[in-house]
Design a protein around this ligand. Structure first.
Ligand code: NAD
Length: 367
């Protein structure tokens, strides 16, 4: 049954990690390593069933293959999940046991933080393996990726404006930003620096009020965000907000934000295209964070990271061109761009980790 699923999803390897003494139940999924070692975060979540944990890690790792490929990175796609409650089940031993499993893969999988995991947890993982990114700056890590993600969203936004309105004058347009969290707030700052009109919402009143008081935004209700008359809707909170219920309400001509998995399904992407709404595919737009941590593999450099964010502009431009040329939705165009890169690379390079591993070990945190 599992192999049947894997043959459909195209995964290379799935590792079940178990340590009864420390209560570790984890799954590492390596989807594709044609472009390089599989890079993707570790998520800790109290999955009600093991099947749900497996489905999640398979879905997320496949997503990382596409995201990393479109971002132009020399890394493949992978992801890991720990079954457990992040509020109750964390311990040093748990993360160190997980770290040993990561280490046993010899660089085929490189981990980092995802939902439920913070930089302190990664410190324990880092005690057991070098194959960790996103650790604290004191260890040569790149720190919080959110400002990079937000700067990357701005690059994607400029490409989106250019293709929708014919110019990329950010300050000329109005925005509905959903979510004033780590990325949303940074993006709001960048938009307000250019005097753009910005409507904001958040289920948490405190950051929303800060956006109003300190940055001059206009607050609207949680539901109202879909109805405001703006040029761009920018989802920066949860996934699935583009669905059958919301797309009739959205007035914006363009959609560009950081939230992962914005489309409830691919048909919504097709429908947006038919309605003339330009959807900037989420995984191409929000790649700034993964670009940033990927640089830790070669030895982190902040300036290089900022320069790299600019490629998001070019990637989006390419996606819009493919969509127009092939008459397909922008989300399908992004998938096609990823698949073409993996296919082309697969022809010129054997899927070996040797070079990457040596580089990783010699550069990682100045070793
Ligand atoms: P965050 O938790 O800091 O911020 C999310 C914000 O959204 C919070 O303030 C939360 O209160 C708010 N929110 C939640 N539900 C809401 C709702 N229904 N309506 C309005 N607001 C709501 O998270 P983040 O790191 O800023 O990430 C935001 C999104 O971007 C997520 O989907 C994440 O997966 C994606 N993303 C983030 C990064 C990164 O570098 N942090 C990278 C890639 C993708």
């Amino acid at each position: 049954m599992i192999f049947e699923t894997l043959s459909q999803t195209g995964h290379e390897q799935v590792v079940f990690c178990h340590n009864k003494d420390v209560g570790l139940k984890a799954i590492i999924a390596i989807h594709n390593t044609v472009l390089g070692p599989a890079l993707g975060g570790l998520r800790m979540w109290p999955y009600p069933t093991e099947e749900e944990a497996l489905n999640d890690v398979l879905r997320l790792s496949r997503g990382m293959t596409y995201k990393n490929a479109v971002a132009g990175l020399n890394v493949g796609g992978g992801k890991a999940v720990i079954i457990g409650d992040p509020a109750k089940d964390k311990s040093e031993a748990l993360f160190r046991a997980f770290g040993r499993f990561v280490d046993s893969l010899n660089g085929r999988y490189i981990t980092t933080e995802d939902v439920g995991i913070d930089v302190n947890d990664m410190e324990w993982v880092f005690r057991e393996t070098e194959f960790v990114t996103g650790v604290h700056q004191v260890h040569g890590g790149s720190g919080d990726p959110s400002p990079f993600t937000a700067f990357g969203v701005l690059q994607g936004l400029m490409a989106t404006l250019k293709h929708t309105f014919g110019n990329e004058d950010v300050g000329k347009y109005s925005y509905a930003v959903q979510g004033c969290g780590h990325v949303g707030m940074e993006l709001i700052k960048l938009l307000r620096e250019q005097d753009a009109k910005v409507f904001v919402t958040d289920i948490n009143k405190e950051p929303m009020q800060r956006a109003v008081d300190e940055l001059g935004c206009i607050a609207v209700g949680i539901e109202e965000i879909y109805d405001v008359e703006v040029d761009v809707y920018s989802p920066c909170a949860l996934g699935g907000t583009l669905n059958e219920k919301t797309i009739d309400r959205i007035k914006a001509k363009a959609i560009c934000g950081s939230a992962s998995n914005q489309l409830a399904n691919n048909a919504i992407g097709d429908e947006l295209g038919k309605r003339g709404v330009r959807y900037a595919p989420d995984y191409a737009v929000n790649a700034g964070g993964v670009m940033n941590i990927s640089l830790e593999i070669d030895g982190y450099n902040r300036e290089r990271a900022m320069r790299m964010m600019r490629t998001i502009y070019h990637n989006l431009t390419r996606i819009f061109q493919i969509a127009e040329h092939e008459r397909i939705s922008t989300c399908k165009a992004a998938d096609r761009m990823a698949e073409e890169r993996i296919d082309a690379f697969g022809k010129i390079k054997l899927p070996t980790m040797g070079g990457n591993r040596a580089r990783f070990l010699s550069h990682m945190r100045g070793h």
